[in-house]
Design a protein around this ligand. Sequence first.
Ligand SMILES: Nc1ncnc2c1ncn2[C@@H]1O[C@H](COP(=O)(O)OP(=O)(O)O)[C@@H](O)[C@H]1O
Ligand SMILES: [Mg+2]
Length: 596
Amino acid sequence: MRLELQQITKRFGSLTANDAIDLVVEPGDIHALLGENGAGKSTLMNVLYGMYQPDGGQILLDGVPQRFTGPGDALAAGIGMVHQHFMLVPVFTVAENVMLGHEWTSGPFGRLDRRTARTRVRELSEQYGLDVDPDALVADLPVGVQQRVEILKALLGEAKVLILDEPTAVLTPQEIDDLIRVMNELRSGGTSIVFITHKLREVRAIADRITVIRRGKVVGSAEPTASEAELAAMMVGRNVSLVVDKPPAAPGAVALEVRELTVADDRGQVTVDGVSFSVAGGEIVALAGVQGNGQEELVEALLGLRIPRAGAIVIEGADIAGSSISEILGRGVGFVPEDRQHDGIVGGFTVAENLVLDLYDRPDFARGLSLRLDRIADNARARVAEFDIRTPSVELPAATLSGGNQQKVVIAREMSRPLRVFIASQPTRGVDVGAQEFIHKRIVAERDNGTAVVLVSTELDEVLALADRILVMYRGRIIGELPAGASRDEVGLMMAGVPAEQAVAEAAERHSLLAEQDLLLATEGGTEGGTEGGSERASQEAQRAGSRAEGTEGDSERASQEAQGREGTEQADGSSTGDATTAPPTELDDRGGTLR
Ligand SMILES: Nc1ncnc2c1ncn2[C@@H]1O[C@H](COP(=O)(O)OP(=O)(O)O)[C@@H](O)[C@H]1O
Ligand SMILES: [Mg+2]
């Protein structure tokens, strides 16, 4: 079935989430829709799936205009969707979940009885190599299998076009391989797939065709042979350095030592189970792992947000386990919380106030009981410039800033005081690639300042790019350590519970598709985690590719020359703090909205 979206427009109040989007998905194609967080990908797919009514444009299937008043209509027309967040009932079996999906549709099977459901699950599972047992309880299934149950549900509705919204976000590299295999099976069976992602590597590994959207508009299309730099430039609207310039660490004395730490979650379950590790000043230690393996509770304990059951957290000889947050901050601990809206900023306070949130009682900013407002404002203006925080005024409530800029406020505040230990939890979640680049540079700069950095991240790319040592958490324990330069497969296997030694051996035997891409890129000139010295070549490549991409977008010559000039400066002064290099892009980035 050929799918065509013509001039789809969807507004939410004054925000145009989809602005006259054209998209053609040919039968049996895996078509990637690539765009940053907030670009409008899910909105477009929700329009296609009948969840939202478009404000303009139309959907054609095999040339015939459609009108979907709800998902039922879309399903009946042969469109299936697997959402970003699964919609399965954990206490039901696979077959029961599949039946549920069909009770509210008027699909070709009408109401399914249990026996038919089990038989169909078995048949489809075999046909597409899904490896799903109809009688398994969903709660007992690994995330990757749960996802295949969702795919099964869509197939049962005889989907000809399958929408997968960020399907890889929750998977290990090996599970991603399984998904790719299933996608290939579906494609050979004639199903077209709209594959949504913000990850460059994946589109190159999976897609037949790529459409890039930015701020609700289609900004171009690309072939899977396009370089990562080229795709990144289209996605962000300017050249982005994908390389984190990171000289080897020069670790000093141990700054943080965690001993036999045990922490329970809100339900009293032990989620951190006798964890020990230490971090020296001047190194970045990453705690990698699939979400929900105890990282969250561990960080909360380190920050005094959760009282540990047992164990010690030692900073400069003092055990701070169970201390209050302010005591811990007083010891020189800085942190970027995972949930910035909740723990990082006070949305109703101004940007300026947020920038001094835990410094307000310092003599710099307070005299007796009164705050020194002029100094607070001066401080804010300096930080806004230094950290490239995009806001019309420091007197606006922080809640009015975009997610990436809120994150920069948190980082700017935390890095404005002398730190011994810096704890960054998912520091770039929901942040655009441009801001990501900046945040990574600052984290490395903090390390090079002698701070001990703990990075907690479920993003493998981030871990591989930043870590000097990688500790992998699995079911509340640290199951092993890998050095910087470890492969994606090694870390990925450990994330699934495979011990370090075995993971290294297995990874050497069989590369996942994404890991093969890493190797390819490293030999092409290296992006993340690439060979030392490869970075300059890679950034030159990025420069060329970036201007090519903008050229194909029909962008003005000037912008691309500017972009090149800027890259040149970056290399010339060798600055890695980003201060000099990130201010100018503001203009280009903002103008980026007009690029087509
Ligand atoms: N139901 C909604 N109401 C208001 N704004 C929304 C809604 N859904 C999405 N948006 C906004 O539309 C924009 C695009 O969001 P989305 O389509 O989810 O992006 P993506 O999937 O590419 O990350 C964002 O700015 C988002 O905040
Ligand atoms: Mg989305």
